[in-house]
Every structure is written in C-alpha cells, then in structure tokens.
Write a protein that binds this ligand. Structure first.
Ligand code: PLP
Length: 284
C-alpha cells in the first residue's frame, strides 16, 4: 500500500510518526473515514466540513487546504487502484518533541496521515443481506462525542463485547436510552416513521445520518429526532445503523430479541438502495 504522511506518498513500511506525537501519547487528534465507490469519493464535502468542526472544537489548525485534501484523497485512490473501499484520514496536534499536557504553540505543525483500505464488496457486503445482531451496553464514553477524536478505546471494547457475545455490534445506552452504535448512528422504524436520536454532544453527527434523513424525507417518510429505549427498539418494525463504512445496515436482533421479522426490513433495504444510488451519482 502507498500511504500519505505529511505531504509525502510512500510505501506503508516506510511511513513513520514520532513517539512524541500527541496523537500517540494523548489521543490528541481527529479523523475522518470516507468511502470510495467506483473509484470515487462518497460525500467528501460532508467529511471535510465535519473535519473542520472537529479541529475547531479542539483549537487545532487545519493542516492544509481543502483542495489539497481532496487532491490527496484522489491520489491515494489512484496510486492504490481502489475501486471500492475507504480512506482513513487522521490529523493530530503534532510532535512537540516531549510529553506535556499543555498544547504546543503554533510552531508545532499538525501531523497528517492517510491510507486506503481496499474492500472490493463494500457496497454489496454480505452482512447487509442478513443484518446486524447487536447487544446493548452502557455508554461510558466522554461527554464530547460530537468531536470525531481518535480516542477509540471504549468503542473498541464495545466491539469486543459484541464479538464475545457472538453478535456484530453494540448499541450504547445512557440514562435508559440509546445513544449510538460503536461506530454508527442508530435508528428504529415504526410504520412510516423513522426515529433517531437528535444531535447533541452525546453522539457523533454522522455524515451518513444527514444524507439518509434527507433521502428519507424526500421519499415521504416521517422523520422524528428523539431518543428511544432498547425496549422500544425491540418492539419496533425495523431497526438499522448508518455510517460511512456500512452505509445503511439493517439491525435484526437486539439483546437476543428479534426486531420485526428478524430479517432486514423493507424500509432499511429501501433507504440503503436510495443512499447508494444517490451518493454514487454525486460522488467525486
Ligand atoms: N457514531 C460514531 C460513534 C462513529 O464513530 C461513526 C463513524 O465512525 C458514526 C456515528 C457514523 O458517522 P458517519 O456516518 O459520518 O460515518
């Protein structure tokens, strides 16, 4: 694989970052994951807007222009011959040359790394045909989940809890209501109504979420942004998750209880098709 580090494209085994990088020592960094279909970037603009928001919230400077980021993403796709897959972009506060809790001054420039992940069947993932089974677990993450930081230890633990339980993912619960999945936003369907938690600092403001809610409204679904409980989700007609890496993923079981028929439902299936069709058309 050819990867990108601070302005240079090089083989992955030659790419290095300092041990003093604040991303490594403090998880002081943010990231974005953009999917690639037909060799093109899906909703790149949405990811760039959110990247700026994450950087601003942490008082971190943008590492380069948006045009340069777009050019770099396209170059990585080209160099690695990606038809379907993902591009991971990470920006950390850089290398102050020592360890300190204090942010370094502006002379320390951000560290920017990016790499591709080749996933030939991303759009046609087998999991989308069977759906995800999930367990619910307590949400004990920090209070600024709207910032897409690289602080992903609890989501990793949540994924391991799911794995140990023999399921695909965990949905996290705080104050009796679902926040989101380990790396996705969570939804339920009741009749013609799509229900998903409202935006706040309790959840990541999903780029896929924004697009899916727009397509849902255009397709005459009712959209209700409010929290829901696990019991309400288990009793719903359907459930699903969204993220750049899974698009719209039906959720067919929660804590051992089948949701609806226990198979991917018509609404999640339709929204997945709508999302893929529309986003493919708009890809750059
Ligand atoms: N929620 C969390 C905690 C995430 O980590 C992610 C994606 O990584 C999402 C939601 C979905 O966001 P997006 O649709 O922008 O990929």
């Amino acid at each position: 694989r050819t990867v990108y580090v601070n302005g240079t494209y090089l083989p992955e085994d030659q790419a290095t970052v300092s041990i003093f990088d604040r991303g490594f020592l403090m998880a002081d960094g943010v990231y974005e994951v953009t999917s690639v279909l037909d060799g093109k970037l899906i909703d790149f603009e949405g990811h760039i807007i959110r990247l700026h928001r994450s950087l601003d919230e942490l008082d971190m400077a943008a590492p380069c222009t948006d045009d340069a980021l777009l050019e770099m993403h396209r170059e990585l796709v080209r160099l690695n011959g990606i038809d379907q897959g993902m591009i991971y972009l990470q920006v950390t506060r850089g290398n102050p040359g020592d360890r300190s809790f204090v942010f370094p001054d502006d002379s320390v420039t951000p560290t920017i790394v990016a790499f591709t992940q080749n996933i030939p069947n991303l759009a046609d993932a087998p999991a989308a045909r069977t759906g995800f089974k999930v367990i619910s677990i307590p949400d004990i993450r920090w209070g600024r989940r709207d910032i897409k930081t690289v602080q992903l230890l609890y989501p990793s633990m949540a994924k391991m809890m799911a794995k140990k339980a023999g399921v695909d993912d965990s949905w996290m619960v705080q104050d009796g209501v679902v926040t989101e999945g380990t790396s996705n936003n969570a939804y339920i369907v009741k009749g013609n109504r799509i229900i998903t938690r409202h935006l706040s600092s309790d959840i990541l403001h999903g780029i896929t979420r924004a697009a899916v809610l727009r397509f849902a409204a255009e397709a005459q679904f009712e959209v209700e942004e409010r929290p829901f409980t696990v019991a309400e989700a288990q009793a719903a007609d359907e459930a699903f998750s969204t993220a750049a890496s899974i698009f719209v993923m039906p959720v067919v079981e929660i804590d051992g209880a089948a949701v609806g028929s226990g198979k991917p439902g018509p609404v999640a299936t339709r929204l997945r098709e709508l999302y893929l069709d529309e986003m493919r058309k708009a890809a750059i």
